[in-house]
Design a protein around this ligand. Structure first.
Ligand code: CUA
Length: 267
């Protein structure tokens, strides 16, 4: 069979085009390292987020010298945590999921823009070199409050950044012959151990307790105050742990005497 030269040329050109198309599509989908959120990603049960080790407590955690992980939950119509705080010169890996419907997690002015899908965990790593504040917005219509759904990301100076949380559990009223227990819990989301001192001032007395909290751990200390030393009445107290301070009042009240004493209400 005799094929005309031009026809041969066209055949070869058409073959080349087909091969080029296939090569382009293959390169575009696997060669650039672009990953889609899909069934290859780890998943999470959206109805049980509260019990999840990562998303039950949305937070930022230190995982390396300048490396942090942020666990973010999007829900109608807010983000947790908010604001997200990270230090300057850090590399942050975000893990984002949604509690209820599809949202997005988009950091304005950066190329971070991912869908937040219930059950899926979107992951992306970003470097923050300079101090600044960014808005976080939702780009997926998620309900009547969609246009109000926003959060903040703060990149703070290294010296102002810390990953230590404090909480206190204190009594408000005790009987004169009882003990008052002041419990302070310190959570250390940094890698390094934290050595600190818990100071309780109540009435004229000062109590100090050394506390070492291992990296990534939580520790608590309880200071027991004998109310016999304080005497009846109201006593102001202050708990100080580094920069953290909380104050309140402890009432030492004899329940038997309370009924006879009607005069208190006049004040
Ligand atoms: Cu969330 Cu739109």
């Amino acid at each position: 069979m005799n094929i005309h030269t031009y026809e041969k040329l066209w055949l070869v050109a058409a073959m080349l085009l087909i091969v080029t198309f296939i090569a382009t599509i293959t390169y575009g989908s696997v060669g650039l390292g672009i990953a889609m959120v899909g069934d290859q990603q780890p998943t999470v049960e959206p109805t049980e987020l509260s019990d999840d080790e990562r998303f039950g407590d949305p937070r930022v955690e230190q995982v390396g010298e300048n490396e942090y992980e942020a666990y973010v939950v999007a829900q109608t119509f807010r983000y947790q945590p908010d604001p997200i705080e990270v230090p300057e010169d850090s590399q942050v890996t975000f893990y984002v999921t949604a509690r209820d419907v599809i949202h997005s997690f988009s950091i304005v002015g950066t190329n971070v823009n991912t869908m937040a899908i219930p059950g899926e965990i979107a992951e992306m790593t970003v470097e923050f070199d300079e101090v600044g504040e960014y808005g976080v917005v939702c780009n997926e219509y998620c309900g009547p409050g969609h246009h109000d759904m926003e959060g903040e990301l703060h990149v703070v100076p290294a010296e102002e950044f810390d990953l230590v949380d404090h909480s206190v559990d204190t009594p408000t009223e005790v009987e004169p012959d009882d003990e008052a227990e002041f419990t302070v819990e310190v959570r250390n989301r940094q890698l390094d151990d934290l050595e600190t001192t818990v100071v309780l001032e109540v009435g004229d007395e000062t109590f100090e307790e050394e506390l070492v909290v291992a990296g990534g751990e939580t520790a608590e200390t309880t200071i027991v105050v004998d109310t016999a030393d304080l005497g009846e009445g109201d006593h102001d107290w202050t708990i100080t742990v580094d920069e953290f301070e909380e104050a309140g009042t402890l009432s030492v009240v004899d329940p038997d005497a309370e009924d006879d004493d009607g005069g208190d209400d006049d004040e």
